[in-house]
Design a protein around this ligand. Structure first.
Ligand SMILES: NC(=O)c1ccc[n+]([C@@H]2O[C@H](COP(=O)([O-])OP(=O)(O)OC[C@H]3O[C@@H](n4cnc5c(N)ncnc54)[C@H](OP(=O)(O)O)[C@@H]3O)[C@@H](O)[C@H]2O)c1
Length: 336
């Protein structure tokens, strides 16, 4: 292993002391991880907070086998040490990375294929807000959903970290973007990000609104994080040959729907979760993002929407903020 400045043996991390509410997130001293072959150690400056971290804290989303038990799916910082077989990265490089867990800590080890350079002009707090949402949206909206220029996207939860990313990327690649959100303030934020139509789902039926906005055709791709009764309604809102991509089931995993719509409209209903995928799969997404999205981040054509930044020691407050549901965009931890 090659390393630059002296790396301490121990570090502060935020651990889940027991499944439960935000206050179970407690600072703990842990051994600094040792990067193995193909891995690098990052000295973390900022870590992104994501809804799956909340689920993990509650005990309903356990880390995959072999992953750190610490929360945190993305981080930004400097390369502090290199495992064997690393050619691209050098000690001191400013990077951001998708992490398999362990982002809420002073150091995190990651596979080199999940690492990307800081987008040009980005601060560490901004860069830490990128990987989880951009990897997820790129794969599900473009690779799985096959969204193309000129098509219509419907993305639910438009003001979420995922939603704000999907709106900007779909608009940047020439799609017509319809989104749903739970308040006027959130809908206005979505419109400012490039959505063509924002539906306040508490006041309007999104199926009727999508039909109206598309001249009766419906949405070609639906990116859905809600599930439950949205499953049947998505089938109604989808266009012929529409693709519905499920990335979460916040309103329930069991649904009743009229499946004849799948045959009549020739729909595809698919979905995925990012965290358990192989390092090779994640490296392929990283390469696509670097080629096609990093230039857009560098010119700020797309950028993470920053909600609030909390110190690492107050990770519990960051989770409270997320669970209150008032945030628009990303919540980030400043690790120092
Ligand atoms: N599959 C994957 O690989 C993957 C990866 C990352 C994240 N995710 C999932 O993607 C979702 C977004 O993640 P995030 O980190 O961006 O979280 P987030 O910012 O907390 O967003 C959650 C959003 O869900 C919306 N929502 C919740 N319950 C709803 C309901 N019943 N009906 C309509 N909207 C509802 C909320 O919108 P309103 O406030 O407007 O209701 C909120 O904007 C999470 O469910 C997360 O687990 C999946």
């Amino acid at each position: 292993m090659a390393s630059g400045q002296k790396i301490p043996a121990r570090m502060t991390a935020i651990a889940i002391s027991a499944p439960g509410g935000p206050r179970v997130l407690k600072p703990e001293m842990r051994d600094v991880p040792q990067p193995g072959p193909g891995e690098i150690l990052i000295k973390v400056h900022a870590a992104g907070v994501n809804r799956p971290d909340v689920q993990q804290r509650k005990g309903v989303y356990p880390p995959p086998p072999g992953a750190s038990d610490l929360p945190g799916l993305e981080a930004s910082g400097e390369v502090a040490a290199l495992g064997d077989d690393i050619s691209r990265w050098r000690i001191g490089d400013r990077v951001c990375a998708l992490t398999p867990g362990g982002g809420y800590a002073e150091y995190v080890k990651v596979h080199a294929g999940s690492v990307l350079p800081l987008p040009a002009g980005f601060t560490h707090t901004e860069a830490a807000a990128v990987p989880e949402n951009y990897f997820t949206v790129w794969h599900n909206m473009f690779e799985r959903g096959g969204l193309k220029k000129g098509e219509t996207l419907l993305v639910h939860g438009g003001s979420s970290g995922i939603g704000t990313t999907a709106i900007q990327l779909a608009a940047a690649f020439g799609a017509y973007v319809i989104t749903t959100a739970g308040s006027k303030e959130k809908c206005d934020a979505c419109l400012r990000l490039g959505a063509d139509r924002a539906i306040n789902y508490r006041e309007e039926d999104f199926v009727a609104a999508v039909k109206e906005a598309t001249g009766g055709k419906g949405a070609n791709v639906i990116l859905d994080m809600v599930g439950g009764d949205y499953v049947a309604r998505n089938y109604e809102a989808a266009a012929v040959e529409g693709r519905i991509v499920q990335i979460a089931l916040q309103a329930g995993a069991v649904a009743s729907a009229d499946f004849s719509k799948i045959m009549v409209k020739r729909l595809t209903h698919t979905g995925s979760t990012l965290r358990p995928r192989t390092v090779e799969f994640k490296a392929a997404i990283a390469a696509a993002l670097e080629a096609q999205v990093w230039p857009l981040l560098g010119t700020r054509k797309v950028a993470p929407v920053m909600d609030m930044i909390f110190p690492l020691s107050e990770a519990w407050r960051a989770h409270e903020r997320m669970e209150e549901g008032e945030h628009i965009g990303k919540i980030v931890l400043d690790v120092g």
